[in-house]
Ligand binder design. Structure first.
Ligand code: MG
Length: 211
């Protein structure tokens, strides 16, 4: 197991543990269509999705001089909030969390999504017991989680090579690099494999491959 040498695993939530990609494609298409913009398919979504989310909205053609990003983002989030329980966890994730726990390795969540939604979903899926820290943003605009990652690393107090971050976006990779954690990425989340591979990080197709 690639985890054995680590003291702590920091998990991303959306797309890494929580399989919400199809819902996100559907919701962004609703928003695009209702603003007279062309819709996208899943491969295109995984090509353009990025954090900060604001840049991805701009790439899709939203005109912030007509509708502010804050307005668009909160429309999207209202729909997401109403439908988030339609999503499931990625296959094999609970087994993996359990396995890591049994090895005596600590685990946390570091997410760019809102703290409230994060805690609610983690509780809903019965995963709270696996995490010593659950860290999300205090707003819905998914800008960056770097500052939260820095605080989390301080609290963990781990040295170099003792922490592994598992995520599904280049933002996860960048955060890992900045906070001094190793990083592996999973490509069945919000960004395509080619994009993830450009970081030089190890990329796995899914959680089962990680196991
Ligand atoms: Mg993610």
């Amino acid at each position: 197991m690639i985890f054995e040498n680590y003291k702590h695993i920091i998990w991303d939530w959306n797309g890494t543990i929580f399989n919400d990609v199809d819902l996100c494609v559907e919701l962004i298409n609703n928003l695009l269509a209702s603003h007279g913009l062309p819709t996208i398919d899943k491969p295109k979504y995984k090509k353009v999705f990025t954090i900060p989310v604001k840049n991805y909205y701009a790439d899709l053609g939203f005109d912030f001089s007509k509708n502010s990003f804050e307005e668009l983002g909160s429309l999207w989030m209202d729909d997401y909030e109403a439908r988030k329980f339609e999503c499931t966890l990625h296959e094999g994730i609970t087994d993996l969390l359990e396995k890591i726990k049994l090895h005596g390795i600590g685990q946390s969540i570091l997410s760019a999504y809102s703290q409230h939604t994060l805690e609610e979903l983690i509780r809903h899926f019965g995963l709270t017991k696996y995490f010593t820290h659950i860290v999300g943003l205090d707003n819905i605009y998914a800008e960056s989680k770097l500052h939260l990652g820095k605080e989390l690393m301080k609290r963990l107090g781990n040295g170099k090579g003792e922490t592994l971050l598992i995520g599904d976006t280049l933002h996860d990779f960048e955060v890992a690099k900045e906070i001094g954690a190793d990083c592996v990425l999973i490509s069945n989340g919000h960004q395509e494999k080619e994009k993830l591979k450009s970081s030089g990080a190890a990329v796995f197709d899914n959680i089962k491959e990680l196991l």
